[in-house]
Design a protein around this ligand. Structure first.
Ligand SMILES: *Cc1c(COP(=O)(O)O)cnc(C)c1O
Length: 502
């Protein structure tokens, strides 16, 4: 079993440990995690609750785990599976023979962030003559665009969204395009609120300006088409929309594949060309990489391939129907509770709610839901948008919906009687005077200790206390730049080997 000495020594014992013991250690470690199955986790994990799928994907993963995507000619199995995944994603997203986008090509990446970094890189590198490239995104665009801009030294022009519709004004998006703009992006749907941006108008103005338009369908690209087939009013967002030049879709989200697979599609091969990196100017093998990684495991690709083949088109339609019904049920549960309101009417697979005036403290409510076995995601207030609670709804939630309403009502009652969290006065004044630049690792270590946050590997306790309301309140008080610095220092405290503690 894992004990202090195991943790301090690290993963490499002087003599090897028997397989059963290693697996027992893994099970023990996994015991501290949030439950990945059971339909009560509304973030991080996408669960279709299909019997046998985990076993199938584990076997498929294992069969290809040692295969290297570095060289598609050495391992044609991976080339075939990647091309099959790209074709499947293309067909779901309005491409393929007989469509408006018959020449779509794509790449399999490790996740949505990598897909977005590559979309930005490709747009940037297609214009070497632009010395200081820029991209235009709505304020609800995924943070991965900011990461891409930061990594690639591309300037980020952020267009605010309307507090009512949570969408950007297409006219404002068009007005933000400058001569240096290499890419305009929008979401279908946004992660935070699950709303679809006005893709048709945004793509049209980008095309008129001669600029690429990326649709970030990482989250919902695999569900929106099925919801449309089920009769939901899904606006156009895919390659059927003129001006859309690339689309990303995460297979490890609503295609229900195990983690590590996203697809980046381009309308044609010429648009993809600048994505490749090739290097022959060294004595080793000539490197030709379509994506960020060079050596790549075949495991996630084979697991995704197995998932798509096993679930099939009818499977995804059935899962989308179950998810749609679950979303409707959860939204009704929110509407039924006094003190809460939906921040956006659900139009995809997200339920996002906030408190009405005089409603409960949402950070306390999130803790009360956790205490009742429901893991939701609090979203801090931002640029005029209130604190909200985000639920990513997957098919596994469907059988649980009936239990959610009563628990939500009870959690609201408990949060009301507990009252809002108040920051200790001295802490509030220290924070008020704190600037991101002045924040030191020592300050954060002291703060973390004072808040009962354990940075001690092997301490047995999780890094976070059961009740997060105080910490969320503290973060919510801080402006974004200070939130970033506080969390970087805190996570940096967690991410270090046990022998460096103390
Ligand atoms: C999840 C998500 C991403 C980032 O994907 P990762 O797989 O976490 O890197 C990007 N955009 C949207 C809309 C997402 O929901």
């Amino acid at each position: 079993m894992i004990d202090e000495s195991t943790v301090a020594a690290g993963a490499l014992p002087a003599t090897g440990v028997p397989a059963e013991q290693v697996l027992a250690e893994l099970r023990q470690l996994r015991g501290a995690d949030r439950p990945t199955h059971g339909g009560r986790l509304f973030a991080y994990v996408y669960d279709p609750a299909v019997t046998g799928l985990d076993d199938l994907t584990a076997t498929a993963h294992a069969a290809s785990a040692h295969v290297n995507g570095l060289d598609p000619t050495a391992f044609p199995s991976l080339l075939a599976m990647e091309n099959a995944l790209v074709a499947a994603a293309g067909r779901v997203l309005g491409a393929g023979p007989g469509s408006a986008a018959p020449d779509v090509v794509g790449s399999v990446t490790s996740g949505g962030t990598e897909s977005l970094i590559l979309a930005v890189k490709t747009a940037r590198d297609a214009h070497p003559e632009i010395a200081a490239p820029r991209i235009v995104v709505p304020s609800t665009a995924h943070a991965a665009f900011a990461k891409a801009a930061h990594y690639l030294r591309v300037a980020l022009d952020v267009v605010p969204v309307s507090p009512e519709t949570l969408r950007p004004d297409p006219v404002a998006m068009a007005a933000a395009i400058r001569p240096e703009t290499v890419l305009v992006a929008c979401s279908a749907p946004s992660y935070a609120h699950g709303v679809v941006d006005p893709v048709t108008e945004i793509a049209a103005s980008a095309a008129a300006a001669g600029v690429r338009c990326h649709v970030d369908a990482c989250f919902g690209g695999w569900t929106l088409p099925y919801l449309r087939r089920l009769g939901e009013p899904v606006p156009p967002f895919d390659f059927s929309v003129p001006g859309v030049t690339s689309i990303s879709v995460d297979l490890h989200k609503y295609a229900y594949a195990p983690k590590g697979v996203s697809v980046l599609l381009h309308r044609d091969a010429a648009l993809r060309a600048a994505q490749y990196f090739a290097y022959a100017d060294w004595p080793g093998y000539t490197m030709i990489n379509p994506v960020l990684a060079s050596t790549r495991s075949g495991g996630p690709i084979a697991a995704a391939y197995a998932t798509l083949r096993h679930l099939g088109d009818d499977g995804y339609l059935r899962l989308a129907a179950a998810t749609r019904d679950a979303v409707a049920g959860l939204a009704d549960a929110v509407r039924a509770v006094d003190g809460l309101r939906l921040l956006a009417e659900p139009e995809s697979t997200v339920v996002c709610f906030t408190a009405t005036d005089g409603g409960p403290d949402l950070f306390v409510l999130v803790d009360e839901l956790t205490a009742r076995g429901w893991h939701t995601q609090p979203q801090l207030s931002y640029a005029g948008l209130p604190v909200s609670v985000h639920l990513t709804v997957t098919a596994a939630v469907a059988p649980r919906v009936g239990e959610f309403g009563p628990d939500l009502a009870a959690a609201v009652a408990a949060a009301r009687s507990a009252g809002p969290v108040r920051l200790p006065a001295e802490l509030a004044s220290v924070l008020g005077a704190l600037t991101p630049e002045a924040l030191t690792p020592e300050f954060v270590a002291g703060l973390a200790g004072g808040l009962g946050l354990s940075g001690e590997p092997g301490s047995g306790a999780g890094p976070l206390p059961e009740r997060m309301a105080l910490i969320n309140t503290l973060l919510d008080t801080a402006p974004p730049a200070l939130r970033e610095r506080l969390l970087v220092e805190f996570v940096s405290l967690l991410q270090r080997p046990a022998w460096s503690a103390g």
